[in-house]
Design a protein around this ligand. Structure first.
Ligand SMILES: [Zn+2]
Length: 130
């Protein structure tokens, strides 16, 4: 996860529960009575309610990323991402920040892609038989 370090920095600088090295535990969190979840290696998408309510709102952009990554319904639902379709330029509300095309163009795009794939497959088959 590329923004994990940003979470860590946010925790380190702003979380009241983060106490650094304590009781022989590094990145000690007093809520967890153990290491802060954002510093654990194995949990790809850690969640912490305290962090969500008390720390995350400091960084609005990171908060949106955090919530969309975890599919958390939030007040952002009403302020849904408005994006211009890269094909037809129509404005639509995106479900994720990776969505580039409106629903229509997305469908079209997928069709064209699979058509192209088929064409390439047939061509490569032909090359082999010839
Ligand atoms: Zn479109």
């Amino acid at each position: 996860m590329q923004n994990k370090n940003r979470f860590k920095r946010l925790v380190k600088n702003n979380c009241a529960c983060y106490l650094g090295a304590k009781h022989g535990i590094s990145n000690y969190c007093c809520l967890q009575d153990g290491p802060c979840v954002f510093f654990s290696q194995n949990d790809a998408l850690p969640r912490c309610i305290y962090f969500e309510n008390g720390v995350l709102p400091i960084d609005g952009k990171l908060e949106r990323e955090y919530k969309s990554e975890r599919n958390i319904e939030s007040e952002f639902k009403t302020a849904q991402l408005r994006v211009n379709c890269q094909k037809c330029r129509a404005t639509f509300s995106a479900n994720s920040n990776r969505q580039k095309y409106c629903e229509k163009c997305g469908e079209k795009n997928a069709n064209e892609k699979s058509k192209l794939r088929m064409r390439q497959m047939r061509k490569s088959r032909l090359d082999v038989t010839l």
